[in-house]
Design a protein. Sequence first.
Length: 298
Amino acid sequence: MPGTTELDRLAAADRDAIEARLSALVDALASQHAGMRDAIRYTLVGGGKRVRPLLCLWTHDALGGRNRDAALDAACALECVHTYSLVHDDLPSMDNDDYRRGKPSAHRRFGEAVAVLAGDALLTLAFEILCTIPSRYPLAAEDALAAAAALARAAGTDGLIAGQALDIAPPASRDEAAVGEIHLRKTAALIAASMELGAVVAGSGAVGRASARRAGVEAGMAFQIIDDILDIEGEQETLGKTPHKDIDRGKLTLPSVIGIEAARARAHRHVEDALGALPAGGAAPLAMLIRHIADRAH
Ligand code: GRG
């Protein structure tokens, strides 16, 4: 394929593995309600860039992990939480978005009540997956517990929930510090957990886990700044979601505070800081993926 990079090639193989595992997890869902399973499949399978699962897998690999099946389950748990956050964020009572991952958002396709339930189901499924990894693959129960605790912190009241609450009602100051606080919670927390879970499954000790986390925070801050820039510069077809919504709603973003080019430079600085914090000197695929975060076009 013309223009295919080494990163595209490596990511394609693992995206296939992630897709297959997500699909198997949905198939295995013990749902008494076929419609619910359809809604979960619609939101979770066959869409999205899978950045968080890839960060989890490739952190695991970079740290010399030999537990890929367990890492793949952890990667899917992360994608479940991420997808839940998108489904709920799109709801009429939140961002009210009709379009997500190149198709009608969950509430447009299934109605609001089913979309709320599908989000709830994805959030709980994530923790079921993590807590039951030791019954499928060789992972110590205490590591599964550590992974579940890290994901709960990222999703919880100091993480995604706080991020969403601040995004809806930002502090009156509307300055860089306020933007940083929102980005840290609504985006960087889950990306940091993605890298931390990769380290946990790889069997890293406290130091490896902490540096994976630090790198993830920086990568996550960069990711959100670029997301804000793409909202200004991107097209619906490439993004798979509605652009220009931040400006239309007067959202607090870094480009709105310091301008697009200064924001882009800031994203590159976060990427360099992430690379500097990478455990094990940063294996090539992981470093490529992190660099791509600041250069991406969607
Ligand atoms: C509703 C609890 C709850 C949380 C929502 C603020 C927020 C958290 C969601 C809004 C969407 C948003 C801007 C989230 C921040 C993270 C982000 C940039 C999400 C988009 O992630 P991508 O680009 O999406 O990885 P795909 O579709 O590729 O997975």
